[in-house]
Design a binder for this molecule. Structure first.
Ligand code: HSE
Length: 393
């Protein structure tokens, strides 16, 4: 018999509403007792007595055994999650920044207090990748995990490449549809997929890496010339996070735009869909596809976690228990396309080799090999209007 969940929920935005819509259609042994929200004046679709702005109403209520955390603010989310987990409440969260930034501490708290924190909804919306990494691939040797982890930037790129829309219009639409983060630079700058990558890396390789140490460059500086260049070569551009084991138990992690050819399975992942490509030693290649953003798809992942708590499911962080511990590394050579405007720019970067140079009127680029650590060191220099970098394979 599953246990009855009495839920206190933080946040009632796109995902909260999506989750609520789904729960309404089901007969589950659960009750949402209270919602904590930030803005008391906002009109809500549920009776006013269900809402409060006081977090203690949930956190100090002994009857509430489950906290569902769906707020924007990562630091507030961390405080609520920590308090819940240390006082015997299980937590479901979709806050990728909070989880990626504090995962090691959160894993320790769960261990110490025997409580459970689940976060399938934080990574690639509806795609059940975390539980698969935990339960299915726990004895697999994973060569790499990559894909498309951000619905908004993928939506924007689809609209640009398939419908010739402008970047600005496409971004506006992604915001209207509720895919984008409150601050959309988190999406288009590659921060959001980086947080997801850090969480994936923890379950795939047993490492905790501070997201601050992981390179993310996004599509915010994408220009018409880059799109034209890609089209001429029959490529699309996608924003791709990669976790890859290189020799000697080292793992590299980064998020960069990438030219994608027609034979790549990511080529046809369009709009707010996400894709996770797992390359494994024994299972070989496997691909997960599904909606990566939006209230109902993400709500479905959150509900799956809530349902799992009825049976006291917990992540065991199995890869962290492996005898052979892997290390995070930035010693890795990439082949990149770099568009620039200032003549001196290329000289400021230490390319290992350059295979192609193009000087056109108002359009200049190089293609060459460069170390990941060098891109990290020159990140701020590269992340400027007039410059765009993408991986070429
Ligand atoms: N802003 C995120 C995205 C929401 O666009 O993928 C889902 O995590």
């Amino acid at each position: 018999m599953s246990k009855k969940l009495i839920i206190g929920m933080f946040g009632f935005g796109v995902v909260g509403q999506g989750l609520y819509d789904i729960i309404k259609t089901k007969k589950l042994n659960l009750e949402i007792k209270k919602f904590v929200i930030k803005n008391a004046d906002k009109k809500r679709s549920l009776p006013a007595e269900l809402f409060t702005t006081d977090a203690d109403v949930i956190l100090n209520d002994p009857e509430i055994n489950t906290v569902v955390e769906l707020i924007d603010d990562a630091e507030a989310a961390f405080e609520f999650t920590k308090r819940a987990l240390t006082t015997g409440k299980n937590v479901v969260s979709a806050n990728k920044k909070m989880i990626a930034t504090h995962l090691e501490e959160l894993a320790q708290i769960q261990q110490e207090h025997g409580t459970s924190l689940l976060y399938e909804g934080a990574v690639c919306g509806s795609i059940p990748i975390i539980r698969n990494l935990e339960e299915y691939y726990d004895n697999e040797l994973l060569h790499s995990v990559s894909g498309i982890f951000n619905g908004s930037s993928n939506y924007i790129l689809s609209k640009i490449f398939n419908e010739g829309q402008s970047y600005g219009d496409a971004l506006k639409k992604a915001q209207e549809l509720g895919f984008a983060e409150t601050n959309p630079i988190l999406d288009v700058g590659g921060y959001d997929p980086k947080y997801k990558l850090a969480i994936v890396a923890s379950h795939a390789y047993g490492i905790y890496v501070d997201p601050e140490k992981i390179l993310n460059l996004g599509i915010n500086n994408l220009g018409d010339d880059d799109v034209r260049y890609a089209r001429e070569k029959n490529f699309k551009i996608k924003l791709v996070p990669l976790a890859k084991e290189i020799n000697n138990n080292k793992v590299v992690l980064y998020v960069l735009p990438k030219f994608i050819s027609k034979d790549n399975i990511l080529y046809n992942v369009e709009n707010e869909n996400n894709g996770v490509l797992v390359k494994a030693a024994f299972a070989d290649e496997q691909f997960f596809f599904g909606k990566g953003a939006g209230g109902h798809p993400t709500g479905s992942a959150v509900l799956s976690d809530i349902a799992a708590l009825r049976y006291d499911y917990r992540y065991e962080y199995k890869k962290h228990l492996d005898a052979e511990q892997v290390q995070y590394s930035t010693d890795y050579e990439l082949n990149v396309y770099l568009r620039y405007s200032d003549e001196e720019f290329v000289n400021k970067l230490n390319f290992n080799s350059i295979s192609e140079r193009f000087y056109g009127e108002g359009f200049k680029y190089v293609i060459g090999k460069i170390n990941l650590q060098e891109i990290i060191d020159k990140r701020d220099l590269i992340n400027q209007p007039g410059t765009f970098i993408a991986e070429v394979v």
